[in-house]
Design a protein around this ligand. Structure first.
Ligand code: NAI
Length: 662
């Protein structure tokens, strides 16, 4: 039969199978792709070749995993288990072929892709940092289901396998070689030659005793308990059941059938459905950043403070030539030092670190702005200063240069008043810390041109950040929704609810950090500034206590004292939580839901998906709940507005249900 996605080349010494999924830029294992592979393997089983080499025809990598869109079609756990059995059956066929089988890996090899290469006899990988091999299923709230939980521990040892499956982290080529996940690392041009040599190999690998020991039956319960303890530090079983399930599968020395049944059960959990939703939201944002060429090779950043310095470093890390301007030389020097730290952490290789440093150019005079395709302004939050700066910049740059501001509160319509062509000003609102926060709000002023927006989105995607379209309005999306939540936490503290109780309620809901600690981490001066900016347009009351703390120099973690006191290592000294009769979680979460609804009603973003993506990737809002608006839908509009109404009776009009609920 002829295959659409696989091409088969029967050579004298082996058969070469190349996967190049039609109509996609990356290979994924959809049902159709698996069916074709199944039929090819049936044929090869009947007439075995002398060897088999499997590779990808895509530049983007080997195989990214299963087709996640198909996950949503799995209606019940029985169907989910059948999906797993089907995939397992195919990979078992691959494993059972009487000839040597070799996988050639480059770029991303994830999930089902990794499970496929595990079923081969040998694995050859391209020797560079672009090669990543992993089992990220846990991040989607499921366990590997195509044989990974069974084969991986046998190949690399139990501890290394558990580490990969529990964190979902993908290994780079060298790390994969070190644990024995791949047999050979070679440069691109030798990949096939190396694979040809392995086809003839008779080499057998056995795991050293030390790596097999943790799998020894009497030791398993101990190791499982240790792993469970470790995972519990990061995830609660009631929020994220998948890692605990993976440990259980391993404890019971998983077999294929147990793995399949478990996959079916995990796929239909609320957590997995929501994690899949959140993943697809991020993919959707990425797609929006791929509609046009950004046309940027040189970025000029003005303002080398907390934000500008880190934005410049991040863009240089991602391959752009970046000049960094500030009126203070020491600000640039500090930013370059921080950038070096970032490059060392992310790049590891000395030559790459040097190259990144070369791309980041200190520019005290600001002359380099003339060469810029994109100018990002991140100076102090002052209307006049920004207007003056852009007037000056516009006179120096070419007609196609994008002008972007990182302002968090000044309307674009005001900043652009000094420009001859105001349509070229767009907001690129990054979050702090830039290296950790994936979201960038793409702010559209009334005057901003569509082309500038398209290019800004494309640039954001090119630096591996998620672009979210927002309207130029107070606080945009993320700060606007976050602020009432932080202020509610401060109100609770003012009423005498213990700080630890407030934070614990948020953690229990699923936030990555409690609001009190978050306020301390962001900096109380910054919280105060944003709260003041939003107080008039949104009717927010700034807590007195906040202003007093800032006046007293208690700025949060950076000053050693905020709501909490911090030790030298920056760890909060938390007093014990005290029980409270107040419905802390309700009050915190309802403020988020109500403000999110208002943003939606006012068209700050386009739809529910945009609100949810913004809050998950801009603040870490409990991903397993699928985002605030999705969570509200689960509760039901009526329940939410009823709860808000009840809270407004008790605590006042800040809880008044937004008109959007009715
Ligand atoms: P910062 O105070 O750390 O840095 C501002 C830098 O700009 C200073 O180094 C200063 O010397 C320099 N500067 C001031 N006027 C200048 C001029 N005319 N020419 C050249 N350099 C000049 O401020 P930060 O926190 O980095 O904020 C910068 C911008 O980013 C602001 O608009 C702020 O609202 C926004 N922002 C801040 C966030 C944060 O968490 N700090 C988050 C998102 C946006």
């Amino acid at each position: 039969m002829s295959a659409k996605h696989w091409s088969r080349d029967d050579r004298s010494e082996y058969t070469l199978l190349t996967l190049d999924v039609q109509g996609k830029s990356a290979n994924v294992l959809s049902r159709e792709v698996l069916e074709e592979l199944d039929s090819i393997l049936t044929d090869l089983t009947a007439r075995p070749p002398q060897g088999l080499i499997i590779r990808s025809g895509k530049k983007s990598g080997f195989i990214f995993g299963a087709d996640i869109n198909e996950f949503l079609e799995v209606k019940d756990e029985k169907i989910g288990a059948d999906v797993a059995r089907y995939g397992q059956g195919i990979f078992n066929k691959l494993e059972a072929l009487p000839c040597r089988t070799v996988a050639v890996i480059h770029g991303n090899c994830l999930g089902g892709g990794t499970e496929m290469v595990l079923a081969c006899d040998y694995r050859v990988a391209r020797d560079d940092d672009g090669t990543r091999i992993g089992l990220p299923e846990v991040r989607l709230g499921i366990n590997p289901g195509f044989g990974g939980t069974v084969r991986l521990p046998k190949l690399v040892g139990d501890l290394a396998a558990l580490d990969m499956m529990l964190t979902g982290r993908a290994l780079r080529a060298r790390a994969a070689r070190r644990i024995g996940l791949v047999n050979d690392l070679v440069p691109e041009r030798y990949l096939l030659t190396a694979a040809e040599a392995w086809v003839k190999s008779r080499k057998k690998f056995t795991l050293p005793l030390l790596k097999r020991l943790p799998g020894w039956a009497p030791l398993r319960p101990l190791i499982a308990a240790m792993m469970t303890r470790q995972v519990k530090k990061k995830a609660r079983p009631e929020h994220y059941p998948a890692p605990f399930r993976i440990i259980k599968l391993w404890l019971n020395a998983a077999n294929y059938e147990a793995e399949a049944i478990s996959l079916g059960q995990m796929m239909v959990t609320e957590a997995s459905r929501n994690l899949v939703r959140v993943f697809l939201l991020s993919e959707n944002l990425k797609r929006q950043g791929k509609t046009i060429d950004h046309g940027v090779s040189h970025v000029h950043v003005i303002g080398a403070g907390v934000m500008g310095g880190d934005i410049a470093a991040w863009a240089a890390l991602k391959g752009f030539r970046v000049s960094l301007q500030d009126q203070r030389e020491e600000a640039i020097a500090k930013a370059i030092k921080r950038a070096y730290g970032l490059f060392r952490k992310k790049l590891k290789d000395k030559r790459q670190i040097e190259a990144a440093m070369d791309r980041l150019i200190p520019d005290i005079s600001g002359d380099a702005v003339r060469h810029a395709d994109l100018v990002i302004e991140a100076i102090i939050e002052d209307e006049k200063a920004k207007q003056g700066l852009f007037k000056d910049v516009e006179a120096k740059v070419g007609a196609n240069t994008i002008l972007a501001t990182n302002t968090s509160s000044i309307p674009l319509e005001v900043i652009c008043q000094s420009l001859k062509d105001p349509s070229r000003l767009v907001g690129l609102h990054f979050f702090n810390p830039v290296a950790m926060m994936q979201l960038v709000e793409i702010v559209k002023g009334e005057q901003t041109s569509e082309t500038m927006l398209d290019r800004a989105r494309a640039f954001t995607t090119a630096i591996s950040r998620l672009p979210l379209d927002v309207k130029s309005s107070p606080g945009f999306l993320v700060n606007r929704i976050l602020m009432p939540y932080l202020i509610e936490a401060m109100e609770l503290a003012g009423e005498g609810v213990s700080l630890a109780t407030i934070d614990q309620a948020a953690l229990k809901f699923g936030m990555p950090m409690g609001p009190i600690q978050l306020a301390d981490t962001v900096g109380l001066d910054i919280c105060l500034f944003v709260a003041q900016e939003l107080s008039e347009p949104l009717g927010i009351t700034v807590p007195d206590a906040l202003a007093k703390m800032v006046a007293a120099g208690k700025l949060g973690r950076k000053s050693g004292q905020g709501f909490y006191r911090y030790d030298k290592k920056g760890h909060a000294q938390k007093p014990a939580a005290r029980s409270s009769n107040v419905s802390v979680a309700d009050r915190l979460v309802m403020r988020i839901l109500n403000e999110a609804k208002a943003c939606l009603r006012e068209g700050v973003v386009a739809n529910i998906d945009a609100v949810d993506a913004g809050m998950v990737y801009g603040t870490g809002f409990a991903p397993f709940r699928g985002g605030p608006m999705h969570y509200a839908e689960m509760l039901g509009n009526e329940t939410v507005s009823h709860t808000l109404y009840r809270l407004s009776e008790e605590y006042g009009k800040r809880f008044q249900p937004d008109a959007g609920w009715s």
